[in-house]
Design a protein around this ligand. Structure first.
Ligand code: DX5
Ligand code: ZN
Length: 221
């Protein structure tokens, strides 16, 4: 059997300093981390707005070399993937809920040279993405209703994480299994036990009183 992935802490820039995003992203690199989670919101699929491709481009121009994990919370993600690929995304994730051609969009993300991911809201059952699993590099299980940082973790998502991890092992697939929303050391420990290996942390990371300690605790999950 293939060994499980080591745990990967993935800070969400949404909880960073929006007047100094480059400095917030640089802090992530300085702590020795390798991924950065970028939450893109359109005010339609989710009731909030965040930032766009120009922001990613500016972070690259400022010298940031982190792996940009781009989470598109968009009603029509297919219209924007090219802009995000060109702006410096390494991985682009799209939600299963809106009606568009998911397969074609995942294939296009790959064609643009990025890894691709599929995302499920808390109300969406794992069966909705089952057929797409062989096509993706990452599955993102939302552990809050997307739109805002700082919400409480939904423990009722643990069964879904277990199911998506079981499918991965049974079918010999190698997608990463990411959780996003209300993730701190305690809830990440539960997600790790359920099979998750990528941990998005917004509030808990940027507000941690001892960030180096927080990072090393995550590495031991
Ligand atoms: C929620 C976003 C999350 C958010 C997580 O819509 O997808 O990535 O930034 O924030 P915390 O970690 O504060 O729940
Ligand atoms: Zn996110």
């Amino acid at each position: 059997m293939l060994p499980p992935y080591p745990p990967l802490l993935n800070p969400s820039l949404l909880a960073g300093d929006h007047a100094a995003l480059a400095a917030s992203a640089a802090r992530v690199s300085d702590l020795g981390l390798t991924w950065l989670h970028l939450d893109i919101m359109d005010g339609h699929f989710v009731p909030n707005l965040s930032f766009g491709p120009e922001t990613l481009h500016a972070l690259r121009k400022a010298g940031n070399k982190l792996f940009f994990d781009t989470h598109l919370m968009l009603e029509e993600p297919q219209r924007y993937i090219e802009a995000f690929a060109k702006a410096g995304s390494n991985l682009i994730s799209i939600h299963i809920e809106p009606g568009y051609d998911h397969r074609a969009t995942l294939a296009r993300i790959r064609e643009l040279g990025c890894q691709c991911g599929i995302v499920l809201n808390p109300g969406t059952g794992p069966e909705y993405i089952e057929g797409l699993l062989p096509l993706v590099d990452l599955v993102l299980v939302m552990t809050v209703q997307p739109g805002f940082g700082g919400q409480p973790f939904r423990r009722d998502m643990l069964g879904k994480i277990r199911q998506i991890d079981a499918w991965r092992r049974e079918r010999g697939l190698r997608y990463r299994l990411e959780v996003d929303g209300g993730v701190d050391l305690a809830t990440a420990t539960e997600c790790r036990a359920a099979g998750a290996d990528v941990f998005v942390a917004g509030t808990s990371f940027f507000r941690a009183p001892d960030q180096p300690g927080f990072v090393s605790a995550f590495a031991k999950l």
